[in-house]
Design a protein around this ligand. Structure first.
Ligand code: NAP
Ligand code: ZN
Ligand code: ZN
Length: 349
């Protein structure tokens, strides 16, 4: 066991504050990682504030982790000390169910082990990346392409894969028009990835001030979703919509924009459910409403390699851990551009 410095919420809605946790000594299959950078996901805010109900406290959030291997267990071959590696939302799964067998550990029928606010199958609580060090089983550790900036790569481990997985599943590519709703951490990765996959991208935002950034990030068009005239002009034009909004809102405004046979996939998990959906908005164009959860380990590596090949990283604001509570408040106000990343050097320094 090693004592490790971290930041934790002592209880639901408590501000995050310094905390010392213990990590297990690496077993044969384990990789011990010095955390360099950790992205700040809106899911961290939802969970630290118990907006999804419950939660294990004290809670050390963080599931967009990039670090360097410190040491490895005897059975580890793929990773060497000093190597840059990543850890996302999943640190274990049953490895036996149909989903695990297909590399879709996020849908593990036993329930995957979350990087934080979860329990190892042994019962031990898990603590995330707002900490100096983490110990993770080798099969849940990702390799980071050498050409990518490490701090800006951290958000790929959740925001990147959560947008990549549905874009790939629904086969987004050339000849299609894709709507991305919400320009935050997930949304800005959705815009970059959909564009790199060859689609025409229409960004929907509630923040007129983000228009220029939306175009710079790769959107072909930016629509102010609060303007009925701009929304009406998009009717029946979208093949696929990736909805990343972190708050309850009117979904009917977006199903109206789908083409016949189109799909809107929800990835945002708001505290309160969306108002009821009008079935006519789906039936009269054989449209689909879907949901999608992060992504599996193999597709996370595929996404990282794609980002390496295309030079794609997140647009980040690097912060010291001491600024985390202010960062949460800014994220809730939709003011982040477009992902906060914690420099863990600030924890000891
Ligand atoms: P974020 O950075 O805060 O971005 C969310 C964006 O939603 C905001 O930037 C804003 O964009 C828009 N928005 C916020 N409040 C709104 C409102 N009241 N009405 C309309 N639009 C609003 O959050 P994130 O980290 O991208 O996460 C987004 C959501 O996805 C969260 O609920 C998070 O928990 C969830 N999530 C899900 C998964 C999954 O596996 N399914 C994985 C990670 C995160 P504009 O200013 O452009 O309107
Ligand atoms: Zn996340
Ligand atoms: Zn499983």
């Amino acid at each position: 066991m090693t004592a490790v410095l971290a930041y934790a919420a002592a209880q639901a809605k408590a501000p995050l504050a310094p905390y010392t946790l213990t990590r297990r000594a690496p077993g044969p299959e384990d990789v011990e990682i010095d955390v360099l950078f950790c992205g700040v996901c809106h899911s961290d805010v939802h969970q630290a504030r118990a907006e999804w109900g419950g939660g294990l406290f004290p809670m050390v959030p963080g599931h967009e982790i990039v670090g360097r291997v410190r040491r490895t267990g005897g059975a580890v071959r793929r990773f060497q000390p000093g190597q840059a590696v990543g850890v996302g939302c999943i640190v274990d799964s049953c490895r036996q169910c149909a989903s695990c067998g297909e590399g879709l550990e996020q849908y593990c029928e036993r329930g995957f082990v979350g990087t934080y606010n979860g329990r190892e199958y042994s019962g031990e609580p898990t603590y995330g990346g707002y900490s100096q060090r983490i110990v993770v089983k080798q099969d849940y550790v990702l390799s980071i392409p050498q050409n990518l900036d490490l701090a800006a790569t951290a958000p790929l481990l959740c925001a990147g894969i959560t947008t990549w997985s549905p874009l790939r599943h629904w086969k987004v590519g050339p000849g299609q028009t894709v709507g991305v709703v919400g320009l935050g951490g997930l949304g800005h990765m959705g815009v970059k990835l959909a564009k790199a996959l060859g689609a025409r991208v229409v960004l929907f935002t509630t923040s007129e001030r983000k228009r220029a950034d939306g175009l710079r990030l790769g959107a072909d068009e930016v629509v102010l979703s609060t303007d009925p005239v701009q929304m009406k002009a998009q009717r029946n034009r979208l093949d696929f919509i990736l909805n990343t909004v972190a708050a309850a809102h009117d979904l009917n405004a977006f199903t109206a924009l789908l083409r016949r046979g189109g799909t809107m996939t929800l990835v945002g998990v708001p505290e309160k459910d969306h108002p009821a959906l009008k079935v006519g908005g789906l039936i009269f164009k054989r449209a689909a409403l879907a949901g999608s959860l992060i992504g599996g380990i193999a597709e996370t590596q595929e996404m990282l390699d794609f980002c390496g090949a295309h030079g794609i990283v997140s647009d980040i604001e690097l912060i010291p851990i001491q600024a985390i509570n202010e960062a949460y408040d800014r994220m809730v106000r939709s003011e982040v551009k477009y992902r906060f990343v914690i420099d863990l050097a600030s924890l000891s320094g």
